[in-house]
Design a protein around this ligand. Structure first.
Ligand code: IMP
Length: 217
C-alpha cells in the first residue's frame, strides 16, 4: 500500500543555521549521488561524513523486510561499531499495478547483481500492457546516536508514474523511468539535481530530519 505522506516542497535556501552547535554526522552511504544530494540540503553547521570518512569499509547489514527496518539497522550498526551519530536511508519504488513491488527489494529487483539497467528493464517489462503505471518513491531516514535520543525515523514520498522507456542521463537508479506528478512530464533523470531536490522523496525525508535538528540539537 502506498502511504500518501509529506507533500512539502523543499526550499533549498531555507537552511537551518545554528553556528553554536557544529557537529559531525555520518550518512551511512558511499553513494556519491546521494551524498551530494544530501550535503546540499543540510544546514551549514553539520559536517557530513561518508562511510569511507569514518573508516567503515564493510557492507552494512540490511536484512529487514521494511524500509524502516533497514534504515534503523544500518544507522544503529554504525553507531554501535563506530561510535558516531549517524543517519541511514532506505528507499523503495512502489508500483501500484505490482502491489507495491519492487518496494523494499528495489535494489535487487532483477537479481543480486543490483544493476540499475537490469532493474529498469525488468520493471518496464513487468508493466508492459498495464494501463495503471502509477508509482511512488518512498524514503525512510533513521537517525541514531545523538546523545540521550533513541533512534527515530523520518519519511518522505513523491508520487508519479513509470515512463514507457528510459529518458535522461541525470540522477541514478530508477530516475530515467520515474516521472513525478508534480513536475512537467520529465523524468527525474531529465531534471537538474536542484529540480529533483525540490520534490524528491529523499529531500522530503531529509527536510523532516533537518526540522528535528532545528528543535533537538
Ligand atoms: P537504496 O535505498 O539506496 O538501497 O536504494 C534502493 C534502490 O532504489 C536502488 O536500486 C537505488 O538505485 C534506487 N534508488 C534509491 N534512491 C533513488 C532515487 O532517488 N532515484 C532513483 N532510484 C533510486
Amino acid at each position: 500500500m502506498l502511504i500518501r505522506g509529506l507533500k512539502t516542497r523543499v526550499t533549498l535556501n531555507a537552511r537551518v543555521e545554528n553556528p553554536r552547535y557544529p557537529m559531525r554526522l555520518c550518512f551511512a552511504s558511499n553513494n556519491a549521488h546521494k551524498l551530494d544530494e544530501i550535503r546540499s540540503l543540510l544546514p551549514a553547521h553539520i559536517t557530513l561524513l561518508s562511510l569511507v570518512d569514518i573508516g567503515c569499509s564493510e557492507e552494512l547489514p540490511e536484512t529487514q523486510h521494511t524500509l524502516e527496518g533497514n534504515a534503523r539497522q544500518k544507522a544503529d550498526y554504525v553507531r554501535d561499531h563506530y561510535g558516531v551519530a549517524c543517519f541511514a536511508d532506505d528507499t523503495g519504488l512502489e508500483v501500484n499495478a505490482l502491489h507495491g513491488a519492487p518496494g523494499v527489494y528495489s535494489a535487487r529487483y532483477a537479481g543480486p547483481q543490483r544493476l540499475a539497467a537490469d532493474n529498469l528493464a525488468k520493471l518496464i517489462q513487468e508493466l508492459s500492457g498495464s494501463a495503471d503505471r502509477s508509482a511512488a518513491f518512498r524514503t525512510v531516514v533513521a537517525l541514531s546516536g545523538l546523545p540521550g535520543q533513541a533512534t527515530r525515523t523520518f519519511a518522505g514520498e513523491v508520487a508519479g508514474h513509470i515512463a514507457e522507456a528510459p529518458r535522461g542521463t541525470g540522477g541514478f537508479g530508477y530516475d530515467p523511468i520515474f516521472v513525478p506528478a508534480e513536475g512537467d512530464g520529465r523524468t527525474f533523470a531529465e531534471m537538474s539535481g536542484t529540480e529533483k531536490n525540490q520534490i524528491s522523496h529523499r529531500a522530503r525525508a531529509v527536510a523532516a530530519l533537518i526540522s528535528h535538528f532545528a528543535f533537538n540539537i
